[in-house]
Write a new protein. Structure first.
Lengths: 438, 306
């Protein structure tokens, strides 16, 4: 009897201790990891933002994991294989639909439930028509120009409201391409072998070329992303026109299209008068480099630009999806990423109201980090609202493979050993098979 | 007599102890070899018969990956050609270069230690920094090499931007990076017995004759070793493609390792990449065997056959 009592008391004690332990455990904050591409410096500034969240939410601790941009996809793929993906993170655009296809992304459909403004439709990733991720930022391709070079040549600046036609763009670029004797590309004595200043760079970093197919009235894919249409005459001609800037017009420096640094090697290095590039450059590479402003892209046939932006996602391997969602919801609110990402010009807001309500637009871009207000308002804010369409990776899968192969077949086009027609027709079947996932 | 027996016993025990120690010391490297080389190798082979995208289930596909590799893959055949081309240039280039530098550094020149450090330095520099530096030298429009060429009145060369020049340009970097070979050659040169040279000198052999008939034969084991190491390293080349060229222009620097890397880690086609890496393993094995088989004819071991 005595032993029985003792046993009973012991049992209760164990029970009490375990209940107490689980209460303590519940009070212990949940730790989640947020992955971000960027340098350790950038990660530190993102961690600073996360720390504000941590202060407001004692039950969650967010840790930022920085992965260099060029390794981002590889790192995430490897972590997915090891079942060790972070809880949430920014995702490389080209990999979103592949990750969605493999079931690696958690459902984010109620991310904006009850919000007063929805993200723009053009920056919503869709699989079979259903949203799977929302870009954290909106970025479009625009034209940057070096104002000093225009002043020196006595040329008017490109208009921020009326885009140049392609022919006007080439003609302007010729006037701004100078040889070592100071003669421009229109001069009969122009020495094309000794150019010291080029008129233009149209970035041939592969994905950015899609905009020219659209501008020329063609496309790379049909509307629902099920068929490759890059072999249409308009799409082929658009690639040839870009290549001809170097081959025929002699206004663009040679580039094999192998590096993602169009703005750095043109506007930032101060060797090129006009260059196309993404709006993130306003905050990343351009500060403190040269005097510049912005204009819409030149137009082949149709006024258009493409938009993109890495989405914030929650990975389905996470054991703390609810907490991750809590953080992502908080983080994507403009006011929380305002100081280090939006006001610096790196990210453009994703909510429609910033584009339609001029008071909010002013709050966003009327600061010294941006080029002249009127230029940026017309060439970026209004342009993004009225002329931006989704880059194809918002609705086509296998983008990394597609882009990689396209880059490889376009190599001979940039140095003129093949025409765009030969290259595209030669590679068309394989491009189609990549889209089909064969 | 008694003493002899005791000594023998002691010897035996000593040998036993030594043997034990030897096996004990071998265990870590055996474990390493098994778990870091053989197990992955076999896993790679097994995976190559499946369809696996890194997550989800494995799906048996038999030889499909291998068939696709040789019939449909747009990169693989080119990649083999480019890799072999690069390896030939880089291996022979670095052997000639480092042997020549080692010969010079073996002379009694002033500040010899300084020069030895200078030539070894590239080998220990961080790879990304090295390639970034070279990319500035090679830049197609404004690079230093093109500046010098235009100064000399020669037209611009696109170097790594040109399908013709990209592999030789990258091979040149590999040659410049071969400081480790220099060190091994130097060590070998210092082991060439002086007596041979002295004897030959007395017999009136010229400097060239002594080099051709004494230095070279004595160095053949070292040359063989360096050739082998350099071959294996250069066949596996991937850094320049990752750092500089992304395999381009076109496919002209798309090395096998790079193809494997992009399939495995960018496109997450892991089992397909396994098939590539297994074929790649066979290719390197073939070259290594060729080197070993032919080595009997030209490598001279002073120690004789043991």
């Amino acid at each position: 009897m005595k032993t029985n009592k003792l046993f009973f008391a012991l049992l209760i004690a164990v029970l009490l201790i375990s209940v107490a332990a689980s209460i303590v455990a519940a009070a212990e904050p949940v730790e989640i990891t947020y992955s971000y591409w960027g340098t350790p410096d950038e990660a530190a500034s993102v961690q600073a933002v996360a720390d504000r969240f941590n202060a407001e939410h004692p039950e969650i601790v967010v840790k930022v994991m920085a992965i260099p941009n060029e390794e981002y996809v590889t790192k995430l793929n490897t972590m997915a294989t090891a079942n060790e993906l972070p809880d949430c993170g920014i995702m490389n655009e080209a990999g979103v639909l592949d990750f969605a296809e493999k079931g690696l992304l958690a459902d984010v459909s109620d991310m904006y439930a009850g919000a007063d403004s929805m993200p723009l439709d053009s920056i919503t990733f869709k699989k079979d028509g259903k949203p799977v991720a929302y870009s954290a930022a909106n970025e479009i391709l625009i034209l940057y120009y070096n104002t000093d070079m225009f002043d020196a040549a006595g040329l008017p600046y490109p208009s921020a409201t009326e885009p140049m036609t392609w022919d006007e763009f080439v003609a302007t670029a010729k006037k701004l391409t100078l040889d070592k004797n100071g003669k421009n590309a229109d001069d009969p004595e122009f020495d094309a072998e000794n150019i010291v200043q080029y008129g233009a760079v149209v970035d041939n970093w592969t994905w950015q070329l899609e905009v020219w197919a659209l501008s020329n009235g063609g496309s790379w894919f049909n509307a629902d992303g099920t068929e490759v249409t890059i072999n249409s005459p308009e799409a082929i001609e658009s690639i040839q026109k870009v290549a001809d800037l170097y081959l025929v017009d002699k206004v663009m420096p040679y580039n094999a299209g192998l590096e993602d640094n169009g703005i750095q090697r043109s506007i930032v290095s101060g060797t090129v008068a006009m260059a196309t590039g993404g709006t993130w450059n306003v905050g990343t590479s351009l500060p403190g480099s040269v005097k510049y402003s912005v204009a819409p892209l030149p137009v082949m046939k149709k006024e258009v630009t493409i938009c993109t932006g890495g989405p914030q996602v929650i990975f389905s391997q996470s054991k703390h999806q609810a907490e991750a969602m809590e953080f992502i919801k908080w983080y994507t609110k403009e006011e929380n990423s305002w100081d280090n990402l939006i006001a610096t010009g790196i990210w453009m807001p994703i909510l429609e109201k910033y584009y339609t309500d001029e008071a909010l637009t002013k709050k966003w871009i009327d600061n010294p980090n941006f080029p002249k207000y009127e230029d940026y308002k017309a060439a970026v804010v209004d342009y993004a609202m009225n002329y931006a369409v989704s880059t194809s990776w918002y609705y086509t899968p296998h983008t990394n493979e597609f882009i990689e192969y396209l880059r490889s077949i376009l190599g001979p086009v940039w140095d003129g050993t093949q025409t765009a027609e030969e290259a595209i027709n030669g590679g068309y079947d394989y491009l189609s098979s990549i889209l089909a996932g064969e | 007599m008694e003493i002899d027996v005791r000594k023998k016993k002691a010897d035996h025990r000593l040998l036993d102890g030594e043997r034990k120690t030897a096996y004990l010391c071998l265990i870590p490297s055996c474990i390493g070899l098994i778990f870091l080389t053989y197990v992955p190798l076999i896993t790679v082979l097994i995976l190559s018969f499946f369809n696996w995208k890194g997550v989800g289930t494995l799906q048996w596909v038999g030889l499909t990956n291998y068939v696709r590799l040789f019939t449909k893959d747009p990169y693989f055949i080119d990649a083999i050609k480019v890799t072999v081309y690069f390896s030939v240039l880089a291996v022979f280039g670095s052997i000639l270069y480092s042997f020549a530098i080692a010969l010079l550094l073996n002379q009694k020149i002033p500040a010899r230690g300084f020069f030895r450090a200078i030539f070894y330095l590239p080998y220990v520099l961080p790879a990304m920094a090295v390639y970034l530096g070279w990319s500035w030298l090679y830049e197609s429009n404004w690079g230093l090499f093109n500046y010098i060429l235009s100064f000399l009145g020669i037209g611009k060369v696109k170097f790594i931007g040109s399908p013709t020049w990209v592999v030789p340009s990258l091979a040149l970097i590999a040659v410049w990076l071969s400081g480790n070979l220099i060190v091994i050659f130097l060590a070998g040169l210092q082991n060439v017995p002086r007596v041979y040279h002295e004897a030959a000198e007395m017999d009136g052999a010229s400097g060239w004759q002594r080099f051709r008939y004494i230095t070279i034969p004595c160095m053949t084991p070292i040359i063989f070793y360096n050739l082998l190491m350099s071959l294996i390293t250069n066949m596996q080349v991937v850094t320049p493609a990752l750092a500089l060229t992304q395999g381009g222009p076109g496919n002209s620097s798309r090395f096998i390792s790079y193809v494997m890397y992009t399939y495995a880690f960018k496109d997450a086609k892991l089992s397909y990449a396994c098939a590539i890496s297994f074929i790649f393993f066979l290719i390197i094995a073939v070259f290594t065997i060729i080197l070993f088989v032919t080595s009997g004819r030209w490598v001279f071991y002073q120690g004789g056959n043991d």
